[in-house]
Design a protein around this ligand. Structure first.
Ligand code: NCD
Ligand code: ZN
Length: 354
């Protein structure tokens, strides 16, 4: 940590979010300032409708994000930079990767197994169909961001990440040992252990909600849809393994919120969408988790160093300060014409980003 004023306050290098959903249009304009206040940069997920499958689409999406940034977040000192990604399909051509790499603003390609999560219908049906494209990514050093769950309905929902490791991750890494891979939003001890022990260029992002909560949270006193995300929260033993990984000082594990805005009506309904909205208070949540583990001294590297190091980007300049101070998170915030309920909406938060 660069500076500890007192145990009540921590100051760290400006952090980045290595996994974020911003959506588009008016919804994006509503949520963007929340992330831009907390983070200097974010890897922006491409699962729009339609998905961001080409360099041209990513370029136009980036322009819309930059145009929606409040003026003070466009200025040099606290400028927010969206790091764009492409959505891999069965038909993504190797040349699309070359074009993307040439832009300098597309930093990764995302794998959504078809049907795995929100807006994944156009995702990959069989990774074998993408091998030529993946070979070019391996050659150029373009990171491959993996939603690591099998989609087979006969595999128990809670086992889909562990089964993915055996069925997809191991064969892929055997075939492409130099491909840079981020195992996104890991949720199990199996994934944490796999990444910690693997040889070669692999890392993992960990969300704040998977560090703070286990699956009981979804069912506490009734069904609580705002705690439902994919991959779903797991048992306590898995949460503990994620905490150990995040606070271990291992550079393979870094911050990715997976903050995923959905309108209230799409969450509080008979068949609610997956996604937790944490962009308002993500750093406070991470500070809470690291504080509980007595590991605040490990927060800066996890939030601000290991991500850019993996992506071959410079670490940020400037700092942010988090203070131990109680405040109440808004119960709802605007989402375009609608509204969303943030995770912990209306509840007391113990840390405050100044
Ligand atoms: C994400 C979304 O809503 O776009 N939902 C989620 O539960 N995390 C998609 C994803 O990252 O799986
Ligand atoms: Zn996500």
């Amino acid at each position: 940590m660069s500076n500890i004023e007192s145990p009540q306050t921590i100051t760290i290098t400006r952090p980045d979010d290595w996994h974020l959903h911003l959506r588009d249009g008016a919804a994006m304009a509503s949520v963007l300032p929340h992330s831009a206040r907390q983070f200097a940069r974010a890897i922006v997920m491409p699962n729009l409708k339609p998905p961001v499958t080409t360099t041209a689409m990513a370029s136009a999406y980036r322009d819309r994000i930059l145009a929606a940034l409040p003026a003070d977040m466009q200025r040099a000192a606290n400028r927010f930079e969206p790091l764009m990604t492409l959505y891999l399909t069965d038909n993504t051509e190797p040349d699309e990767i070359r074009r993307a790499m040439d832009t300098g603003f597309i930093h990764a390609v995302k794998l959504y197994p078809a049907g795995a999560t929100t807006n994944s219908d156009a995702g990959v049906t069989d990774l074998a169909k993408c091998y030529k494209t993946l070979e070019v990514m391996q050659e150029l050093g373009m990171p491959f961001l993996v939603h690591g769950e099998v989609t087979d309905q006969d595999i128990d929902l809670f086992d889909r990440e562990a089964v993915f490791i055996e069925r997809v991750m191991r064969p892929l890494r055997r075939d492409m040992p130099e491909l840079k891979i981020v195992f996104e939003h890991i949720t199990t001890k199996d994934a944490a252990q796999y990444v910690a022990e693997a040889d070669g260029p692999i890392a993992a992002t960990i969300t704040a909600h998977h560090l703070l909560y286990n699956r009981n949270e979804i069912f506490k006193g009734g069904i609580r849809p705002h705690y439902y995300c994919l991959p779903v929260l797991k048992r306590e033993e898995h949460r503990l393994a994620l905490m150990t990984a995040a606070t271990s000082g291992d550079e393979r594990f870094f911050l990715g919120t997976d903050s995923a805005p959905h309108a209230i009506g799409a969450k509080e309904t008979a068949c609610g969408c997956a996604g937790c909205y944490t962009a308002l208070h993500a750093m406070e949540m991470y500070a809470e988790a690291f504080d509980r583990a007595g590991a605040l001294d490990k927060l800066e590297a996890f939030a601000s160093f290991y991500g850019p190091d993996f992506y071959d980007l410079p670490r940020n300049e400037g700092t942010v300060t988090l203070k131990r101070e109680s405040w109440t998170l808004p119960a709802t915030v605007a989402l375009g014409e609608s509204a969303l309920v943030p995770l912990n909406g209306g509840e007391q938060i113990n840390w405050k980003m100044l």
